[in-house]
Design a protein around this ligand. Sequence first.
Ligand SMILES: Cc1cc2nc3c(=O)[nH]c(=O)nc-3n(C[C@H](O)[C@H](O)[C@H](O)COP(=O)(O)OP(=O)(O)OC[C@H]3O[C@@H](n4cnc5c(N)ncnc54)[C@H](O)[C@@H]3O)c2cc1C
Length: 452
Amino acid sequence: MNEGNPRRAGRRHRFRNWSGHVHAHPHTMATPASAQELADLIRAANDSGDRVRVLGAGHSFTPVAAGENVMVSLDRLNGIIAVDETNRRVRFHAGTRLRDIPRLLAPYGLALANQGDVNPQALAGAISTSTHGTGLDFTGFAGTVTGLSLMGPDGSVRELSATREPEVFDLTRVSLGVLGVITEIELQCVPAFDLIAEERVWGFDELLASLEKRMRGADHFEFYWFPHTDTVLTKTNTRVGPGEIGPGHLAEAGVRSPVLNFVDKEIVENGALRLAVELGSALPRLVPHINRIAQSAVSDRTYRAPGHDVFVTPRRVRFNEMEYALPFASGAEVIRAIREIIEEKGWTISFPIEVRAAAADDVPLSTASGRDTMYIAVHRFVKDDFAEYFRVIEDIFRAHGGRPHWGKIHTLGAAELRGLYPRFDDFCALRAEADPTAMFGNRFTDSLFDVR
Ligand SMILES: Cc1cc2nc3c(=O)[nH]c(=O)nc-3n(C[C@H](O)[C@H](O)[C@H](O)COP(=O)(O)OP(=O)(O)OC[C@H]3O[C@@H](n4cnc5c(N)ncnc54)[C@H](O)[C@@H]3O)c2cc1C
C-alpha cells in the first residue's frame, strides 16, 4: 500500500470540509483542465507513490474526500457532453455542480429525477456517497446513473454501463472514489416539472401513527421534528408538468415569487435558525423554550415553483450530521426511540431531526440497496459537541439494521459494513484488483474497505 512520498515535506495546502470538522494538508491540490492533464497527474502520482483523493465540493462530514498527499478537484471539467433526447439520457463531465444542472438541462426541457436539500455538490461527489432526496417512487442519484467513465491508476479510462462491463459498472455507481476517478457520468433524466409544496404542522404522535401511509401517498414527503416539542413540520411535494393544473385542492396553488422565496429561505429558515442555535449553544437550558417558540412560529402554506427550487434550500448555518438508512418499516419505531433517549438523557438538542424516504435500488453499495428506505438524520450545531449524542443515537440506528450515509458521520469499519451489504466482499475484491496499491484512498477509506 502507498504511504505517500516522504520527499514532499515542503509547503502544504489546506483543505477543510463544509462543517470545518475535517482538515487535510496535501502537498498537491490540482484542478486539471482536461482529461489528458488529469491522466498525466494520476500517472505521476502513481509513479511517485502518492495517494490521491478526488474532491467534489467538500460537503461530506467525514474525511472521505480528504487527501493525505494529492487532492484533485474536477471543477474545471464541468458541463454537458452529450444529450440523447429520445431516451432523456444526458452525459455530464463529472465535476459539474448540481446547482448548474437546471440551467444546463433547461434548453432540453429536462430535469434531474429527484434531489436532496442542497445543490453545491459535484455530480460525482453526490453519486459516490449515495446522496438521496425523498420520495418512495425515486431512488437516490446513483440509481439514475446509466453510464460512467472511470480513470484508473495508469491514467487509462474504462467505459462502463449496463452493457459494457456491467458488473464493474454496478459496483462503481457508489464507490467513494476508491476505484479510481470518475470523469464522465450519464444520467437518466426526466421531463422538467413543477412541484406544489404543502407545508403543514402536525402532532408528533398523530403523524407517526400514519407515517407509512403519508410517505407512500405522496410524490415527495419529509418531516422535521424539533426535539422538546410535540409537533412536526411536514413537507409534501406533488409533481405537475409546467403549466399543468394541480389536482384537487392544489389547483389554486400560486407560484411563489422570487422575492418571497428569498425571504423564506434566507431570512426565515436560515436567519431564524442561526439565532436559535447560537442562543441555544450559549444557554443550553433555553433550548426547549426556543424550539417550542420556533415550532409555533411555523405556519401552514402552499406554493408552486420549478422542482429544483422547491427541493433545495441554502444551508448557511453550519452543523455536523449523522444519517442512517433504515428498513422502511422500522422508521417510526426508531424515531420514537430517539425521542425517548433524548428525554431520558436530558440533552438539549437545538437542531431538528430530519426524516425522508427513498425507493429500493440495485446499486450494491447504495444505502437503499435492495430495500425501501427511511432516512433519519440527527444534527448538531458546529459549536456543540456531537460525540455523545451521535454515539448513543448510532446504537439505536444499528440495533434496527441501519446503514450509515457514506458522507455523514459514523463509526463503522469494514467488519460492521460487511454485514450490511451482501455485495461488500465483491466490492473489496474489485477495489483490490482495480487499484492494487490503494493509491485512491486515505486512512479513513482504508478502514471502510479493509485495506491493510
Ligand atoms: C449542508 C449539506 C446538506 C446535505 N444534504 C444532503 C441530502 O439532502 N441528501 C444526501 O444524501 N446527502 C446530503 N449531504 C451529503 C452530501 O450530499 C454528500 O456528502 C456528498 O458526497 C457531497 O458531495 P461533494 O461533491 O461535496 O463530494 P465530497 O464530499 O467532496 O466527496 C465525496 C466522495 O466522492 C468522491 N468523489 C468526488 N468526486 C469524484 C470523482 N470525480 N471520482 C471519484 N470519486 C469522487 C470523493 O473522493 C469522496 O469519497 C449534505 C451535506 C451538506 C454539507
